[in-house]
Design a protein around this ligand. Sequence first.
Ligand SMILES: [Zn+2]
Length: 89
Amino acid sequence: MSDFYHGLFRSHTGADGRTHLMRHEAGPARIPCPTTGRPLRVATIDANTAAICPACASHGQGGFVSFDGDLRMAYACPECRQLVWVEGA
Ligand SMILES: [Zn+2]
């Protein structure tokens, strides 16, 4: 189950019966870029954040990842179990 999101997050079911994403304590410092395969260094991780998934449009308690030297962010969706890449501003 830690294969989801490159091991950056782990999911657990909250008291409300919904899936929440928590930061994985032993998560990697880098994950591969989805287009080039180049390792991107993780800068910040915000877990258990209410958001709407850009891929499946569901509301969830997901996680955001930002990277050093890269404007993109990745959203970890607890519903479709994808790491969805979002263009930065
Ligand atoms: Zn989704």
